[in-house]
Design a binder for this molecule. Structure first.
Ligand code: COS
Length: 380
């Protein structure tokens, strides 16, 4: 075993860290307050190769491994989880799904633009009545010969109004249950494709979350991904990798809050000495550091599993379950270490605490992760 990151991984870590400090940190508080999407920053992330990190260079990607992606996600999330969720969706749901299961024509037409960051992607599975219960898709895709007619509503869609291309899951044969579900590529601007109002959120407020409404949207047959009826498997496979991305995001949120708390404890004085010299604070930092290290091991193990052809359903679910809990625990303690200042926006930790919560909810709630883990360990 080798616990050391390679030279290449260290370089990626430094590049993502520098980008986060110079491009994302300025304005992050204002963007959170105004619910403003970091559009320019996301464009620059594309130019630096962060939006298609694992995609083959022949399709415009950076050709890196999942470990590189997890490391970059951690660094970006330390500063701006709203930017990192756009990055995560584009990389691990949209680009990975298209590269792994798309046709050559779909890759040439869509993936090449998504991987370079020229275009942005969204993944549309959740519905008003199908979040955790993902097989209950009400959006329909009726086969009309050379095209499908799509009708329905999707909820809580990340990059909802800012995306250009949307991977949409819909039911074609209700009598077949989840075996009748298909996945499609939709383009913004297709007739009958409507974007609902922006959600007013507790955290990741800079990310762009909308409902989408489809009324008789005509999607050409060549935009179906995979065989007829492959859509649910497509969603599950894609989400399994997505969970590594969100676990990395949760890890980054925790690590960002911890680093701020540690620095604050070294300068803030109470009862005549820096507060880290009080055991009450030192022990909090010790717990935070330990939890973060444990979460990082789970995240990197799941990324390693994916890179080495091992099954990562279980390790990705464990990484997300644990890292998202650590994000909640550590950000809450980071606010506590900051005392009154922790409750004030300019110290960043209150935002990180609000951002942490979503990591226990999206791409499979913690309860769903426990279903996946328990089924995985009890299968035989
Ligand atoms: N890879 C490939 N196939 C998978 C899979 C995976 N990781 N997980 C499930 N499947 C397949 C199953 O093999 C099954 O197919 P078959 O009937 O052909 O064997 C099918 O998917 C349905 O699975 P299952 O019978 O286990 O369905 P359930 O409804 O019991 O539960 C869970 C499936 C709960 C795991 C699934 O619905 C889920 O992950 N829900 C959460 C969805 C989610 O993350 N929502 C957030 C939206 S994105 S922000």
């Amino acid at each position: 075993m080798n616990y050391k990151l390679s030279e290449e991984h260290l370089m990626i870590q430094q590049a993502a860290r520098d980008f986060a400090q110079t491009e994302l940190l300025p304005g992050v508080i204002e963007r959170d307050e105004k619910q403003e999407f970091p559009a320019e920053q996301i464009k620059k992330m594309g130019e630096l190769g962060f939006m298609g990190m694992m995609v083959d260079p022949k399709y415009g990607g950076s050709g890196m491994d999942t470990i590189s992606y997890a490391i970059a996600m951690e660094e970006i999330s330390k500063v701006d989880a709203s930017a990192s969720v756009a990055m995560s969706v584009n990389n691990s749901l949209v680009c990975w799904g298209l590269e792994t299961y798309g046709s050559e024509e779909q890759k040439q037409k869509y993936l090449t633009k998504l991987a370079t960051g020229e275009k942005l992607g969204a993944f549309c599975l959740s519905e008003p009545e199908a979040g955790s219960d993902a097989t209950s898709q009400k959006t329909t895709a009726i086969d009309k010969g050379d095209h499908y007619l799509i009708n329905g509503t999707k909820n809580w869609i990340t990059n909802g109004s800012t995306a250009d291309y949307y991977l949409v899951i819909a039911q074609t044969y209700p009598e077949k249950g989840h075996h009748g579900i298909n996945a499609f590529i939709m383009e913004k601007g297709m007739e009958g494709f409507e974007i609902g109002p922006k959600e007013q959120k507790m955290g990741i407020r800079g990310s762009d979350t909308h409902s989408l409404m489809f009324t008789d949207v005509k999607v050409p047959k060549e935009n179906r991904i995979g065989e007829d009826g492959f859509g649910f498997k497509f969603a599950m496979k894609t989400l399994a990798g997505g969970r590594i991305g969100i676990a990395s995001q949760a890890l980054g949120i925790a690590a960002g809050a911890y680093e701020l708390a540690k620095e604050y404890a070294k300068v803030r004085k109470a009862f005549g000495k820096e507060i880290y010299k009080h055991q009450a604070i030192a022990f909090k930092l010790a717990d935070m550091h330990t939890q973060i290290e444990a979460a990082r091991h789970l995240v990197l193990k799941s990324a390693w599993d994916k890179d080495n052809g091992e099954n990562y359903d279980l390790s990705g679910a464990m990484a997300k379950l644990y890292a998202s809990q650590v994000a909640m625990d550590v950000t809450t303690e980071a606010v506590q270490v900051h005392g009154g200042n922790g409750y004030v926006k300019e110290y960043h930790v209150e935002r990180l605490m609000r951002d942490a919560k979503i990591t226990q909810i999206y791409e499979g709630t913690s309860e769903i992760q426990k279903i996946v883990i328990s089924r995985g360990i009890l299968r035989d």
